[in-house]
Design a protein around this ligand. Structure first.
Ligand code: AMP
Ligand code: ZN
Length: 755
């Protein structure tokens, strides 16, 4: 060994290092490993072999072991190298991560303010904060005793992905906090600046790699990397603007809480202002809009939040959005292009949806080649009431059309330029038969959508239903996505034609000679993986199950609302079945009312809606229990008559019912968690009647529901408690008749005090 090598610390064995040499070595290793990471992940040109890389990492760890005090803040050993192989772990959010309601027009801001004050029953003005809505993805950072313990994405709001190792690589995310509450969940937005985004894409393009459509996709793609080293190499930033669980309040006001977060060391947005009047809110909105192009990062609107946190608390939440905040979005982005063709897609409810195939065009930074044309009327240039839209201009293949894109929503064709229309352009003829099964496609009275009548025989509907069934918010079966569903649907050996078939797949496979594992693209491992993933879903959350059934109007939120109301599958089925006669009668009444309306319009008189309804009801007597079941359904928070009708019709239809029953043979339903188990009103059905003096009806209802009660509009045997204010009439009488406990508003407030 030469003289020079002996004085070079990199050549000295760890046990022989002096403290000084060790310090130099740790610095060199941090640098070298950092560069190697960057080269590996971003330049796609590794400068070290895997073995050399590992050796350096091991040496670094050994030195740190010997000299723990010398461990650097940017120590490579803190950087989680091995990625979890099977995606991210799941994190249950202790406080749900919500989305925001949207408004677009200045006038809507007035409505938002009125809805806040109406809910609170308040005449005095309410102050709001106004701040940019950052176009990135939200992240929740959990600190315990000042140490970052966990970082999670929003996911579906209740359950996100564990991205702790990745979040730790973001410079704006502190690893430790001083003088923070014992438990503090800080929430905010991960985003990428325009400059960093452009540089990243340039680098990727130079290597022939994949480029991102916009900074938000780049940020999301970078945060959700299985290897945190890739995340580290991506220039992500973070703004804090909210919080989840906290062991002690951060402040009394929103603006105070933001200041506190800034004092704790978080980046907060400098354009966060307190506005005392609506004029100030709008002025700040327009000022942010003017600065938008020069901010250096994407924003898509302004968020207003009630400043007083006590009021926020009272306002509470709708199913997925807070009542105390709204996003005022910027106007959408527009572009013009050629409409090359119109395709018809058949959805799971049989709806024929026209899709515009466009000559690709960039709209607000995203390349768009498909857009929705909504429905037949929209193409023809009329709205659902037959009134002209776009000045009555229809849309034809070959036309020069305007494409509109706002935020995440599907782009749509907004307008057409007739001066570019070719002389031989033909009006579009919307098909009257299903392009997939040839069944007649009809439009029901008052429905703007033309639907295939093929029902269960229509392969497009069946396939779309199955795709929906396995989708992320439904059964979410890993390895069984849209592609596989399409394949299995037409498979002759192992067909999946309805949801129950998914759960017999393994059993059927076992009896086959040509097994799944021997097929192209499968193999033993992936076949077993699918079977395992299916097995895991034999137990399913009630709300997901309901959503998965693909019933019209039954979305994710309604699925959860229904689940929380009924708690068990049997309870739901019982009520739905009991309500069938009422739903059928309701249908007849609706038809008769529509006919009466039409006749009245023709004859130029007022329609006798109530009379017609009464007549139908008198002609079709049904049991009280049916009426009660129907009332129960339509009074469920978030349900209403349209969904109730759709759900009941599905269950009343023998073939559809049989499909559901066959599926249920394979499933165990997990009841939704009771939210407030401490509360004395959990699971109780409460009716408010008469006038309330301390709060509005809306607030009373929301509060009761937040405590786990069901609020109903009518008194029946199922009612547990009636809260009667002054002027309570027939409902209080009925309660007395049925012997149901009745209390006044004060007693109610006492009952729920401190919850
Ligand atoms: P949306 O997903 O469109 O319903 O909007 C809700 C999302 O806006 C939240 O989940 C956040 O990720 C994001 N967001 C961006 N900036 C803000 C902000 N200043 N305040 C609240 N949410 C914000
Ligand atoms: Zn069809």
């Amino acid at each position: 060994m030469s003289q020079q090598n002996q004085s070079d610390p990199s050549q000295i064995a760890v046990p022989d290092l002096t403290e000084e040499a060790a310090r130099a070595e740790l610095s060199r290793l941090a640098d070298q490993l950092g560069k190697a990471n960057a080269a590996y992940h971003t330049e796609d040109a590794p400068v070290l072999s895997d073995a050399d890389y590992d050796a350096l990492k091991r040496r670094n760890a050994e030195i740190e072991d010997r000299f723990p005090d010398l461990k650097r803040d940017d120590s490579p050993s803190e950087q989680v190298g091995a990625a979890p192989s099977d995606g991210f772990g799941k994190v249950q959010h202790r406080v749900r991560m919500l989305s925001l309601a949207n408004v677009f027009e200045d006038e809507d801001v007035t409505d938002f303010d009125s809805s806040v004050r109406n809910f609170l029953g308040r005449k005095e003005p309410v102050a709001y904060t106004a701040e940019p809505k950052i176009d990135g993805l939200s992240l929740s950072l959990r600190y315990e005793n000042g140490v970052l313990m966990q970082a999670a994405t929003r996911g579906d709001g209740s359950e996100g992905e564990n991205v702790t190792a990745n979040a730790m690589t973001i410079a704006d995310v502190p690893h430790t906090l001083t003088s923070a509450p014992e438990v503090l969940e800080v929430r905010g937005e991960v985003y990428m600046s325009h400059a960093d985004f452009a540089a990243l894409n340039e680098r990727h393009a130079a290597q022939g790699g994949k480029t991102f459509a916009n900074p938000r996709n780049a940020a999301a793609g970078s945060l959700r990397q299985l290897d945190p080293e890739i995340t580290r190499a991506r220039p992500l930033k973070f703004f804090a603007y909210a919080w989840g669980e906290v062991s002690e309040p951060l402040a009394d006001t929103q603006i105070g809480a933001i200041e506190r977060l800034a004092a704790l060391g978080f980046a907060t947005n400098p354009l966060t202002h307190l506005c005392e009047t609506k004029e100030q809110m709008l002025a700040h909105y327009h000022s942010i809009e003017e600065q938008r192009a020069t901010l250096g990062y994407d924003i898509d609107g302004v968020v207003y939040k009630v400043n007083d946190l006590a009021l926020q608390q009272r306002l509470g939440f709708r199913s997925t959005t807070p009542r105390w905040a709204t996003a005022h979005k910027f106007p959408a982005e527009l572009a013009w292009t050629r409409l090359e063709a119109i395709d018809i897609q058949v959805g799971r409810t049989g709806a024929l949806s026209p899709v515009a195939r466009l000559q690709p065009v960039t709209v607000g930074g995203v390349v768009v080649s498909n857009a929705t044309l909504h429905n037949e009327d929209y193409i023809a240039g009329v709205d659902s009431n037959g009134e002209p839209i776009r000045g009555g201009k229809d849309i034809r293949v070959g036309d020069w059309v305007q494409v509109y894109r706002a935020g995440d929503v599907i782009p749509k064709v907004a307008d057409v330029d007739l001066s570019h229309r070719k002389d031989d352009a033909q009006p579009y003829e919307f098909p009257h038969v299903c392009p997939e099964c040839g069944s007649e496609a009809i439009r029901e009275e008052g429905d703007s959508v033309r639907r295939c009548t093929g029902g269960l025989v229509c392969p497009a509907q069946a396939v779309e239903k199955l795709k929906h069934f396995v989708s992320r918010s439904a059964f979410d079966i890993e390895g069984l996505g849209s592609k596989q569903i399409e394949m299995f649907y037409v498979d002759e050996v192992l067909p999946i034609k309805e949801p129950a078939d998914i759960f017999t797949l393994e059993e059927r496979d076992a009896k086959q000679l040509a097994k799944l594992k021997n097929r192209d693209g499968f193999g033993e491992k992936s076949a077993n993986k699918i079977f395992e993933a299916i097995d895991q879903r034999r137990k399913i959350e009630f709300g997901r199950l309901l959503f998965a059934l693909g019933i019209r109007h039954l979305g994710e939120v309604a699925g959860n609302d229904l689940a929380r109301h009924f708690m068990t599958w049997d309870a739901l089925v019982q009520t739905v079945e009991a309500a069938i006669p009422a739903a059928e009668r309701q249908n007849k009444a609706d038809e008769a009312v529509a006919a009466e309306r039409a006749a009245a319009a023709e004859e130029g008189r007022r329609a006798k809606v109530t009379d017609v309804r009464k007549l139908i009801e008198a002609e079709n007597p049904i049991e009280d229990s049916a009426v009660a079941a129907w009332d129960e359904m339509v009074n469920i928070n978030g349900v209403g008559a349209v969904l109730a009708q759709s759900l009941i019709t599905t269950f009343a239809q023998p073939q559809e019912r049989a499909v559901i029953d066959r599926l249920m043979e394979h499933l165990t339903v997990i009841a939704p968690e009771q939210q407030a188990t401490e509360s004395p009103v959990v699971g109780k059905t409460v009716v408010f009647t008469g006038s309330l003096e301390k709060m509005t009806r809306a607030e009373a209802k929301a509060r009761a529901e937040a405590l786990g009660a069901k609020v109903s509009g009518s008194v029946s045997k199922k009612t547990d408690l009636v809260v009667a204010g002054p002027g309570a009439g027939s409902k209080a009488e009925k309660a007395a008749e049925l012997g149901i406990e009745t209390i006044d508003e004060d007693a109610w407030l006492e009952l729920i005090a401190g919850l």
